[in-house]
Design a protein around this ligand. Structure first.
Ligand SMILES: *Cc1c(COP(=O)(O)O)cnc(C)c1O
Length: 423
């Protein structure tokens, strides 16, 4: 399998010919097919076990409006984590069902969320529950709450990012969840319908399902203790994107099967809550590319460096995560160039860097890239999540990259294959 779709390869060539790089290219048809497929697999695994498995998508992975609108065609809702994301999604993807999460929600954000009709809140502390209660009462509504709990002993070995099971600013300790349940009688503006946990990222299907199992087990116990009906459990995101083996894909069918199996064992015939997951990167990472070209090719103390237009201030992912961003070099041999072009020769090992005056501006290190010449096109793959939006774009004040969308557009779309919100 190639790192580029044919459409992306053609777009990259065109962008370089027009001197319009660096640029992000999003292939919306690719994203559409991928999201439809993963949602279908997860839902089918739930249905096979008689369970309702729903998919939310975490907006923070990539706020590009067309990317969100495309993913929203298939998922059951979007998870926003700030007032900014809330307003952005309401503007660009009106009507989509929203969950509001995040560890530091202000009163103004809570009031805006209540006014915007957010479907559910992932509440992270007793104080936040009280503040949400106040906001909902002012608006004359009752907010639906899942308590985000930092479940003990759920720290997952091998996870790329751990957000739970250990001291953490995310979620609340179990004792505080108990205090929330105890305080409910005096909080008529909120009702607790379930539990949420997002404990780690970078998990394979087995680890991810085991984490979901721990969350569900804890949630069932919590509901029993407080004689509450457990209507919904959100077991979080964190499905791995493997930047070292870019052809690999998270196995959604396997994950769904394992999670549903754990749930049936846990439930043991009891009424099942709706189970929800909220992947971010594993939805959009594969459908974004960062396109640039080799500006300078340099030999330094025996090693090749390709200095590309742009850099980690546009694509911070490799610097943030410490990996080599997967890439493809497209030759521009035969293109007219008015200057002599340095050339690595065949089978070169090349480090791809950007234009920044810092040794940290490395996109990929010592890559066997074949033959590279100054002027060649470089396309970095798996750049559709936590890429441009996490980058320090003002560093050195280079021009911002362009953004190009291929395929399906808002307004030109066919009807969704499945009505949104259904399984
Ligand atoms: C970031 C985040 C996600 C998505 O995580 P991925 O690793 O991108 O799947 C989901 N839920 C919460 C609460 C998050 O903070």
């Amino acid at each position: 399998m190639n790192l580029l779709t044919p459409g992306v390869a053609a777009a990259a060539t065109d962008l370089v010919r027009r001197d319009a790089v660096p640029a992000y290219v999003y292939d919306l048809d690719h994203l559409d097919a991928h999201t439809a497929d993963l949602c279908a697999r997860v839902r089918a695994a739930g249905a096979a076990a008689g369970l309702r498995l729903e998919v939310l998508h975490a907006v923070k992975a990539n706020p590009d409006p067309a990317v969100l609108a495309t993913a929203a065609r298939h998922v059951d809702g979007l998870e926003v984590a700030s007032g900014g994301e809330l307003a952005h999604v309401r503007r660009h993807v009106p009507g989509v069902e929203l969950a509001f999460g995040g560890p530091g929600k202000t009163d103004a954000e809570l009031a805006a969320a209540v006014a915007a009709g957010v479907a559910r809140y992932h509440v992270e502390s007793l104080t936040e529950l009280r503040r949400l209660d106040a906001a909902a009462r002012v608006a004359g509504t009752v907010a639906t709450v899942l308590l985000r709990v930092n479940i003990p002993g759920s720290s997952v070995p091998g996870a790329a990012l751990t957000m739970g099971g250990a001291p953490s600013p995310f979620g609340m300790d179990p004792a505080e969840a108990d205090a929330c349940a105890a305080a409910l009688a005096a909080l008529p503006g909120v009702r607790i319908t379930g539990v949420h946990a997002h404990l780690a990222s970078g998990l394979d299907p087995r680890a991810c399902a085991a984490q979901g199992d721990a969350v569900l087990g804890w949630a069932l116990d919590f509901a029993r203790r407080h004689r509450m009906r457990l209507a919904e459990v959100n077991v979080g995101g964190g499905m791995a994107v493997d930047y070292h083996r870019p052809q690999r894909r998270f196995d959604w069918a396997e994950y769904g099967r394992l999670l549903a199996g754990h749930a049936l064992t846990r439930l043991d015939g009891a009424a099942a809550p709706v189970l929800r997951i909220e992947p971010g990167r594993a939805v959009s990472a594969y459908s974004g590319w960062y396109v640039t070209r080799v500006l300078e090719l340099k030999r330094s103390h025996g090693e090749w460096f390709a200095i590309c237009l742009g850099g980690t201030h546009h694509l911070r992912t490799p610097a943030a995560k410490g990996h080599d961003q997967p890439l493809a070099v497209l030759s521009t041999d035969g293109w007219d160039r008015p200057w002599a072009r340095p050339d690595t020769g065949a089978d070169a090992t090349v480090t791809f860097v950007g234009q920044l005056c810092t040794p940290k501006d490395v996109l990929a290190r010592r890559i066997r890239a074949g033959r590279v010449r100054a002027g060649d096109i470089v396309v970095f793959a798996l750049a559709g999540a936590y890429a441009y939006n996490i980058s320090h774009r003002d560093f050195l004040l280079h021009p911002a990259p362009g953004v190009v969308h291929l395929g399906l557009r808002p307004g030109r779309r066919a009807a969704p294959a499945t009505p949104s919100g259904s399984c």
